[in-house]
Structures are given as structure tokens and as C-alpha cells.
Design a protein around this ligand. Structure first.
Ligand SMILES: Cc1cc2nc3c(=O)[nH]c(=O)nc-3n(C[C@H](O)[C@H](O)[C@H](O)COP(=O)(O)OP(=O)(O)OC[C@H]3O[C@@H](n4cnc5c(N)ncnc54)[C@H](O)[C@@H]3O)c2cc1C
Length: 373
């Protein structure tokens, strides 16, 4: 079999990239070893928050903002093609201070963000509780990122896969063993039941990216960081907006479910929900909204963030011609899916990049990894 592009992995990155390339008329095959979208992309909280996650203005903040700006159109497109809703909610994000130290950190951040002319509102505790009456009376003000959003990642992962398939991408079940490099360039992949020749290969295998032979990345470029989530049920819905404290977050769904996250654990590929993990995420949630203490816990899960050494994604070409990366999205792979899709498609189609990818090139990694203790 010979195609224009083969994509390794059908998480949100692989499916979104395949969607864009199929729309551009390219023959695309996505190889997924298990179920499309069922790993990290279905386990996420679904927070789309450059303000909290990127912390300070810079290239990563700009990348996150560029992706957030694309979301309404991206969600509409995926919804129209798939016939599914991804439950995009644009109610904004709160980062609430529950002690004086965190209040000081937030005040300093607000000054920096506002100094760059970027959007954030500083709320006192009365204003916080006007927005979200269930928030703890311990609150000492908050930052409010009013134009931010959340969505249902499980729905997004499934809908993006369906959308890409409807746009013409072919999904094949199969574990990719090796990226084939011939004459110094990537010419295809070997998977469990054969070989596929391709003009370009996109590595979008998330936390498992370094297990694919021929990946061309330095050791430690991507590692799994486990995150646990517990879901509570509130009736009527106790909260509407995503709320971060200094230690974690809650993500309310419109039906009253509230996702409580998350842990950042270096435990390799051990998928487990632990007593300690639950204590942490439930404690964070109850700290934010004490009434959650009485809410039933209805679901729990864990999965792995594909973590890069600096927490920023690995995007675009590296040193092997024909091999491109859409991996290492760490905590923000849901947020960054639309810009990843546009950037990788542009690189393959020879179109101008939507953003400068240099800060996210794999070339930066060797330096960071050398400095690591
Ligand atoms: C608990 C938790 C909470 C999170 N919350 C948020 C959030 O609120 N907002 C946000 O933006 N991000 C969040 N993230 C991060 C986000 O989920 C990830 O960054 C994103 O899903 C990564 O997408 P992906 O497509 O690279 O990875 P994945 O979804 O893991 O997809 C990779 C795919 O590659 C397949 N694969 C691997 N190896 C092979 C192979 N050799 N051959 C074939 N297929 C292969 C896998 O089976 C998998 O389906 C969270 C993550 C976790 C774990």
C-alpha cells in the first residue's frame, strides 16, 4: 500500500491532522494500535485555558491563544461532519486563591498579563462568589479569563476521528513497529500486518511515541505522566465554570457532573486510580467548593499525559526529512489540537505555517535534556 501521508496514532492529534490532510485531498492512513481516541484524549478534563496553563506571555502562550481562537470553528466543523456534539462551553476560567501566598502569586501574574495587553480580570472574593456562589468563603480573590472554554474530550476524540474518516482518511487497526528510513528519509512504516509506503510520516503516538523504532527523538523527549480524575454528580449543577486552585481544578459539565483533577505522577505506564490520587483530587475539589463533600463520586480513571521536558509540544519536522512530529502536548493536548492540525498540515502541504514552529521544534530538546539534573 502506498499513500501520501501515514499518521501513527489516532488520538486527537492524529485524527485532527488526518482531518486537515484529507480535506486537502491527500491520501491519508491513520494507524491506531487500539481504539481511536481512547487513551489520553478521552481522559482529559477538557479545559481550554491558555491563561492558567501557559502562565506567562511568550511563544507557548501565543500558541495556546491561537488554538483557542480556532476552537469555535473547529468544533462546529467536527460536529457537522460527525453529527456529534463536543459540548464546547465558553464561560471562562477562574483561578482562585485560597490562601495569601497564592493571592500574591496571582496578583503578580495579573500585572504581567495586563502589562502585555492580554485579557484577564482581577476579581475580589465578592465578585468571585457572584460568578460562582458555591466557591469557598476562604477565597481571597481570583483571576478570571473570561474568553476561555471547556469541552467534553471523550466526545471530541470520537467526533474528530469520525470527522476525519468522513473527510476521507482511512483508519487501520495496527501497531506501528518502525518508521522506515531509506536514503536518509522517512519512506513509510512497518506495522503488525505489513508495510505502508508514504510521502510523509506523522508521529502522533502520544506517550508511546518513543516506543516506535526510528522516532528520531532524543531519549526523554516524551514520557508518560499519569493523571487521575474523579467525577462527582451534583443536582442541580453546583458550578458552571472551570475553577483552578493552586493544586488542581474542577471542570463542571452542563448536566451537573464535575470532573476533579488531577495528579502529575511519574509512574511509567502504570494505569491505576489510587487512594492517594483520589484523596488529592477530591481534597482539591472540596477546597474549592466545600458543598462537594456531600456529592456522590460516580466515576474515576487515569491515563498518561505525553509529557515533554518543558511541557510544550513537539511540532513539525526534525532532522529526518519526511518525518514530522505532533506529540509531547503534555497538559494541553486538547487545547492545542486545532493549531497542531493546521501547523502539521501546512508543513506537509508546503503552505505558510499558521504560527512560527521554531520554539516547538524537536531541535530545542537536546539542550533542555542536557541541562536536566
Ligand atoms: C488526567 C488528564 C487530564 C488532562 N486534562 C487536559 C485538559 O484539561 N486540557 C487539555 O488541553 N489537555 C489535557 N490533558 C492532556 C491531553 O489529554 C493530551 O495532551 C492529549 O490527549 C494528547 O493527545 P495525543 O493524540 O497526542 O495522545 P493520545 O490520545 O494518547 O493518542 C495517542 C494514540 O497513539 C496510539 N499509539 C501509540 N503507539 C502506537 C503505535 N506504535 N502504533 C499505533 N498506534 C499507537 C495510542 O493507542 C493512542 O490512541 C489531560 C491529560 C490527562 C491524562
Amino acid at each position: 500500500m502506498s499513500v501520501d501521508v501515514v499518521v501513527i496514532g489516532a488520538g486527537v492529534q492524529g485524527s485532527s491532522v488526518a482531518l486537515r490532510l484529507a480535506e486537502a485531498g491527500r491520501k491519508v492512513v491513520v494507524l491506531e494500535r487500539a481504539v481511536p481516541g481512547a487513551e489520553a484524549s478521552s481522559a482529559a478534563g477538557g479545559i481550554l485555558s491558555p491563561g492558567v496553563e501557559a502562565v506567562e506571555p511568550g511563544p507557548f502562550y501565543a500558541l495556546c491563544r491561537a488554538s483557542l481562537a480556532r476552537y469555535p470553528a473547529f468544533a462546529r466543523e467536527v460536529e457537522a461532519l460527525s453529527g456529534m456534539s463536543v459540548a464546547l462551553r465558553t464561560l471562562g476560567t477562574l483561578e482562585v486563591a485560597l490562601d495569601d501566598d497564592h493571592a500574591k502569586i496571582l496578583a503578580a501574574r495579573a500585572e504581567k498579563i495586563l502589562g502585555h495587553g492580554l485579557p484577564v480580570e482581577v476579581l475580589d472574593d465578592a465578585a468571585v462568589r457572584r460568578l460562582e456562589p458555591a466557591i469557598s468563603t476562604e477565597a481571597r480573590g481570583a483571576l478570571f479569563f473570561a474568553d476561555e472554554a471547556s469541552l467534553d474530550p471523550r466526545a471530541l476524540a470520537r467526533a474528530t476521528y469520525i470527522a476525519a474518516a468522513r473527510a476521507g482518511a482511512t483508519f487501520i487497526t495496527g501497531q506501528v513497529r518502525r518508521i522506515v528510513i531509506e536514503g536518509g528519509r522517512a519512506t513509510g512504516v512497518e506495522h503488525e500486518s505489513g508495510r505502508i509506503e508514504a510521502g510523509a510520516v506523522v508521529l502522533a503516538a502520544g506517550s508511546w511515541s518513543l516506543l516506535v523504532e526510528g522516532h528520531g527523538l532524543p531519549a526523554g523527549a516524551v514520557r508518560p505522566v499519569r493523571g487521575q480524575i474523579a467525577v462527582m454528580d451534583t443536582r442541580p449543577p453546583l458550578l458552571a465554570r472551570v475553577v483552578f486552585s493552586g493544586h488542581g481544578y474542577v471542570v463542571p459539565r452542563p448536566d451537573g457532573r464535575i470532573l476533579c483533577g488531577s495528579t502529575m505522577e511519574e509512574v511509567g505506564f502504570e494505569k491505576a486510580v489510587t487512594a492517594g490520587g483520589l484523596r488529592h483530587v477530591l481534597g482539591v475539589a472540596i477546597g474549592i467548593a466545600p458543598a462537594l463533600e456531600r456529592a456522590p463520586v460516580v466515576e474515576t480513571w487515569s491515563n498518561f499525559r505525553p509529557a515533554s521536558p518543558d511541557g510544550e509540544p513537539i511540532l513539525g519536522p526534525g532532522t529526518v526529512p519526511g518525518l514530522l512530529y505532533a506529540t509531547g502536548h503534555t497538559r494541553n493536548g486538547i487545547l492545542l489540537a486545532p493549531i497542531t492540525a493546521d501547523a502539521i498540515a501546512a508543513a506537509i502541504l508546503g503552505r505558510p505555517p499558521p504560527v512560527d514552529l521554531a520554539p516547538f521544534s524537536p531541535a530545542r530538546l537536546a539542550g533542555i535534556l542536557r541541562k536536566a539534573p
